[in-house]
Design a protein. Structure first.
Length: 283
């Protein structure tokens, strides 16, 4: 490897580089992802430089001592196939250590991920549609998120449906700019929550966690009432057949898929309540 090649941690402001590359790759990231992602693990974002030029990026977010998630892996096109990607991947895996780790890998690279040690658990599907404000349920249980009153309840629900506690990231995610956050409350019980964030193209919804299909549907509909005609995206796990019914009922189309893979065991979660994952980059 070139002696002027280095791998180092990214500063928060440098995450703009990774997000811009993701935009160029067609991943359509959120316009504030460079701000919110960093809170997942300030030491979990890496950049490779060759003679001072940024040539590769990647993340390896460690949520706790047991679980991490790798993503945001991009090598500049002219440097692909030269081993630089594997170098930054090794550094990311060093950061993961003995933890279990997940990825949402592009389908054409599954064999590469398997050689590293990942095993496929299931597929995640990205569905796209057009926001329709004409569908209204006016469900009184759907409410706007209020941090002081609801954050602790959201943390508890989120922990049931995500393999680790992710408090700093979750706080940033719920309070990001240009986002809409809704909860479903019944008799003071939180039965679901969801986040809609503004992307370079349209809006992505994630997570969409709900106790029932009716709850998920109510939250999903309420997210659309102020963005009529805009593109919306929802990433769903194939192992929740009810999530598949939801997107089909709303006439959404499959536009992309990934392989959810893990280094160790598949986390034991209630996937029936998982109608939309948070992001392909952070799990």
């Amino acid at each position: 490897m070139n002696k002027n090649f280095i791998i180092r941690n990214m500063r928060q402001d440098e995450l703009k580089i990774a997000i811009d590359w993701a935009r160029q790759e067609g991943w359509n990231p959120g316009i504030h992802d460079h701000e919110t992602f960093y809170y997942a693990d300030p030491n979990g974002f890496f950049i490779s430089e060759l003679d001072g030029e940024a040539i590769a990026v990647g993340s390896a977010v460690c949520y706790d001592e047991f679980f991490g998630f790798c993503g945001l892996y991009i090598v500049k096109p002219k440097y692909r196939g030269e081993g630089y990607g594997m170098q930054i991947t090794r550094r990311r895996l060093e950061h993961i250590g003995d933890r279990n780790a997940g990825i949402d890998g592009v389908i054409q690279n599954i064999k590469i991920y398997e050689r590293i040690g990942y095993k496929t658990a299931y597929r995640n599907y990205r569905y796209a549609g057009i926001a329709n404000s004409k569908i209204k349920l006016n469900d009184p249980h759907v409410k706007t998120y209020q941090h002081d009153n609801m954050f602790e309840d959201i943390k508890k629900l989120d922990r049931q449906l995500f393999p680790a506690s992710r408090t700093p990231f979750l706080d940033a995610w719920l309070n990001q700019k240009d986002a809409k956050v809704l909860v479903y409350m019944q008799d003071s019980n939180l039965l679901g929550y969801t986040v809609r964030r503004k992307c370079f193209k349209g809006f992505k919804i994630g997570p969409l966690f709900a106790s029932t299909t009716d709850v998920a549907n109510a939250l999903f509909i309420a997210l659309q009432d102020d963005i009529e005609g805009q593109e919306i995206y929802l990433d769903i796990p194939e192992i929740n057949s009810k999530a598949l019914e939801l997107v089909k009922n709303h006439h959404m189309s499959l536009v992309f898929e990934t392989a959810r893979m893990y280094l160790k065991e598949v986390p034991k979660l209630d996937y029936d309540q998982m109608y939309g994952v948070t992001t392909f980059e952070l799990g």
